[in-house]
Design a protein around this ligand. Structure first.
Ligand code: GLU
Length: 416
């Protein structure tokens, strides 16, 4: 398998999994092509009065099973190709955990750390205006992704609603509670990663007690994963952010690290037992390694030296195809992103359902539903891998998703 860019890599992986399905080639060809991709020039008025154009994208990959669904990311390295690949991943993810959604993704090429709050607000509103003709509660429902959260979703909701002339909370998920957000959405991705890690550890080696975990990335996903895994009884020994990693073989005080990060502190200013590099964290001798930051951090070099017993992909696409092959050869099992981080979109779905019914659930109800759905996804993947006689959970997960989307295509037929 070559490392040919994110979309090429996704298609190569889909080809590999397709062999384990009975989806006809002519249908499968359609499943590998995004339905539409919009590219918008977003004028941004800077606080100093100057103007610049930043690029924004929204890709709607597949809607056979339901409305498009997927986050919006703000990152200086966003490319249209990455957005398309991530939209494809969303289609597979929603199918795998059996939500009646398709897949989409949006991205804006900005570094929010370089922008003021007002500048981020203006860029969010103008980007929303740029894509508003293609989104909508029954059409395409955005959500948070890298560097976006409830604050940005509130601006998306407001901009869309202003054009409609009435409030439309169900056009976007991951909103603040006061605007129709759901309890449990903020921590949903991390909670899902923690549940999957627990299920997987119990499946392969027993119990989470005495299990050591290293987490690369301490943003929304990494920090909540750490916190909830500790509640479940695991020992989190290392976490990192862009400034470096902290390590304590006896277990970090996760609560203290969480509070430090929550107050805006970076890890290099945390008073740690030991400081190590991100690279060293990936090679630590731990039971579980959880990449929870950006794509392509587990390269083939890292995979050769990796000492963890299992890998759980909390980030989207953290393992390069070459590294994936090395891990398979080394018999290091991996739970793929489309299952491991699906807690976010599952709870997004629950938020959207509540909004469309104009009815609110309790945190307990949301968490219970999340747990039921994600554990079912896990069981389905383990069973499929068993049936296929492969320890490759990525191929098993993709095969389930491709089969579901392919069957939906077959029922609907080709228009016109
Ligand atoms: N951005 C998240 C993901 O990659 C959540 C998407 C959503 O909730 O629609 O799965």
């Amino acid at each position: 398998m070559s490392d040919g860019g994110p979309f090429e890599n996704l298609r190569t992986m889909m080809d590999r999994a397709h062999e384990y399905t009975d989806v006809p080639q002519n249908v499968f060809v359609r499943m590998k092509h995004p339905e539409r991709t919009l590219r918008v020039g977003v004028p941004l008025l800077r606080d100093d009065g100057s103007e610049e154009i930043v690029e924004g994208f929204r890709c709607q990959f597949d809607s056979t099973r339901g409305p498009y669904k997927g986050g919006i990311r703000y990152h200086p390295d966003v490319t249209v190709e990455e957005v398309i690949a991530m939209a494809g991943l969303m289609s597979l993810k929603t199918a795998l955990v059996d939500l009646q959604y398709g897949g989409a993704k949006g991205g804006v090429v900005v570094d929010p750390k370089e922008l003021s709050r007002d500048e981020i607000k203006r860029v969010t509103r103008r980007y929303t205006e740029g894509i508003r003709r293609m989104i909508g509660p029954e059409m395409d429902i955005p959500a948070p992704d890298m560097n976006t959260g409830p604050r940005e979703m509130a601006w998306v909701m407001d901009t869309y609603s202003m054009y409609e002339g009435y409030p439309v909370p169900e056009v976007v998920t991951g909103k603040p509670l006061e605007l129709g957000g759901t309890p449990g959405r903020i921590e949903a991705t991390g909670r899902g990663v923690a549940i999957i890690t627990r299920e997987f550890v119990e499946h392969v080696q027993g119990s989470l007690e005495d299990t050591t975990v290293a987490i690369q990335g301490f943003g929304n996903v990494g920090s909540w994963t750490a916190k909830i895994l500790e509640e479940f009884g695991a020992t989190v020994v290392a976490v990192s952010d862009v400034t470096g990693a902290i390590y304590d073989p006896d277990g970090l005080d996760v609560e203290a690290v969480f509070e430090h990060a929550d107050a805006g502190g970076m890890l290099d200013s945390y008073d740690a037992e030991e400081e190590i590099s991100n690279d060293e964290l990936l090679r630590l001798d731990v039971d579980v390694l959880i990449p929870a930051a950006i794509a392509d951090v587990i390269t083939d070099d890292v995979a050769e030296d990796l000492r963890a017993e299992i890998v759980v992909e909390a980030a989207n696409g953290p393992t390069t195809p070459a590294a994936d092959r090395v891990l398979r050869e080394r018999n290091i099992p991996l739970i793929p992103d489309i299952l491991a981080n699906s807690g976010g979109v599952i709870v997004s779905y629950l938020e959207w359902v509540q909004n469309t019914q104009e009815y609110a659930w309790t945190l307990e109800e949301v968490n219970e539903d999340l747990e039921r759905r994600i554990v079912k996804g896990f069981d389905d993947v383990i069973r499929r891998a068993d049936e296929l006689g492969t320890p490759d959970f990525r191929v098993a997960a993709y095969a389930i998703a491709i089969q579901r989307i392919g069957t939906a295509h077959a029922y609907r037929g080709l228009f016109p």
